[in-house]
Each structure stands twice: as C-alpha cells, then as structure tokens.
Design a binder for this molecule. Structure first.
Ligand SMILES: Nc1ncnc2c1ncn2[C@@H]1O[C@H](COP(=O)(O)OP(=O)(O)OP(=O)(O)O)[C@@H](O)[C@H]1O
Ligand SMILES: [Mg+2]
Length: 237
C-alpha cells in the first residue's frame, strides 16, 4: 500500500474545475514531484491533500485512511504538513516563534520541540543565526527555509513542498535542494511541486506532469528528463 493514494479527485473553485480527475501515489521514503505550467493545478493538488481545498469527488487515502473530507488540522495531526507557495511566514514574529508555531499541535511536548528545532537549525544554519530576527525582514530565500523548517516542526510523515525555489537566487536554490535531498535521506517522504522542472526532476525519483487539471504523463524522473516533449515544454532545451 502506498503512503498516499490520490484517486480521481475533482477540485473546484466555485464553478471552475481546477482538478479534473487527478490520480497519483507516493510510496514511503520517496520524493515524488509534480511539474506543470502556471495554472496546471499543482498547488490545488497539494491544497486538496492538506484539506485546504477539499475535492468534490474522488478519494485521498493517507496511511490507509480516507482524508479527503477531513479538516486541515486533522490531516496535520495524522502526519501531513505543507510548506505553502509564497512562504507565508508570520512577518512580525521571530524565526524561533514561527518555528514554534509549526509545532502547535503538540505544544506540550517541550523536549520534542526543542529536539526538532535543533534539527531544523542543523539543516538550515542560516535560521539559527537569525533566530531572533523578525521573519518579515529576512530575504526571500531565508523565508523559504523558514517555511520548510516550520512544516518540519509538525513532525510530519509526509512533507508537501510548494515551489521551494520560487523567487530565489540560484545559489540559494542549490542550497535548498541539497537540504530537501538531505531531509529525504533522513527518512522523510516528500511530495514536491515545482515549475523549475530541472531541479524537481533532479531530486525526485518519480514525477507527474500536470496539464490543465489532469495528469498528462507520469514516469521515473530520470526517464522524463530524457523525454523530448518534456524537454521542450518544461526543461527549456
Ligand atoms: N482561489 C481561487 N479562485 C479561483 N480560481 C482559482 C483559485 N486558485 C486557483 N484557481 C485556478 O485553479 C487553476 C489551478 O491553479 P493552481 O494554483 O493549482 O495552479 P498551479 O499549477 O499551482 O500554478 P502556478 O505554477 O502558477 O502556481 C488555475 O486555473 C487557477 O486560476
Ligand atoms: Mg502553484
């Protein structure tokens, strides 16, 4: 059984059908990526899984349980945590306070939270240096690190990352992708959404290509990198 099994989900914004029957699976320990152009439905897929936009039909099974109609905090408590597109840190709160908020569902577990915070600081030394700085005054790349760190503070089994490279200088993108690979080596299962297909296909094992709310292609990431249609449409070659 896959850790996550998404089957034929249809998700709407009002009358707009953003997902027209999307199916995908993520096995424990994998990094799986969703690539696709603007508006393809990548973020909507993640928001459907995390309960922020529940699908109107179809099924989402996480560790064997149906979560498609659950509230977001229930899904977090089962072990799914999302780092949203556009970062969304709390700008007037410090780095440390933002990280603490990521662990709010287990706020009584002080020792565990301290341990996880150390782990986040090991992954992102930059955040340790800026522990007391207001999140809103940090650079885009630093805020992206903070958003990923905050998602890790929920101690998820499955981490959902929405465009970790968006708006970030190339050198920091490399750093963030090294860290994503490291988080995975430590055992985390990751579903990654990216427009930057080069990076996404480089770090992941398998990939799905979304086009206008449907899965157009899925394969091993290495195979998709060699696919001429994918190269033309998403890899700029
Ligand atoms: N809040 C909303 N209200 C109405 N339509 C929406 C809303 N959010 C997304 N959509 C529409 O749903 C479709 C899928 O959007 P989604 O944000 O999932 O795309 P995406 O693949 O993440 O794109 P991008 O790469 O630009 O982030 C688009 O046509 C978009 O216009
Ligand atoms: Mg998006």
């Amino acid at each position: 059984m896959a850790m996550l099994e998404v089957t034929d989900i249809r998700t709407f914004y009002g009358n707009i059908e953003a997902l027209k029957g999307v199916s995908l699976t993520v096995e424990e320990g994998e990094i799986v990526t969703l690539i696709g152009s603007n508006g393809a439905g990548k973020s909507t897929t993640l928001r459907s899984i995390s309960g922020l936009n529940s699908p109107r039909s179809g099924s989402i099974r996480f560790l064997g349980r149906e979560v498609a109609r659950m509230a977001p905090q229930e899904i977090v408590s089962l072990g799914v945590s999302q780092s949203p597109e556009g970062r969304h840190c709390f700008p007037r709160m410090s780095v440390r306070e933002n990280l603490d908020l990521g662990a709010y569902l287990r706020s009584s577990d002080k020792a565990g939270i301290a341990e996880d915070m150390d782990r986040v600081f090991d992954l992102f030394p930059r955040l340790k240096e800026r522990e007391r700085q207001k999140a809103g005054t940090m650079s885009g790349g630093e805020q992206q690190m903070l958003a990923i760190g905050r998602a890790l503070m929920a101690r998820p089994r499955l981490l959902l990352l929405d465009e970790p490279s968006m708006g970030i200088a190339p050198i920091l993108v490399d750093r963030i992708y090294e860290t994503i690979a490291e988080i995975n080596r430590q055992g985390m299962t990751i579903l990654l959404v990216e427009q930057n297909a080069n990076y996404a296909l480089g770090v992941s094992k398998r990939a799905y290509v979304l086009e206008t709310g449907q899965v157009a292609l899925s394969d091993q990431s290495a195979a998709l990198r060699e696919n001429p249609d994918v190269q033309k449409a998403y890899l700029g070659t």
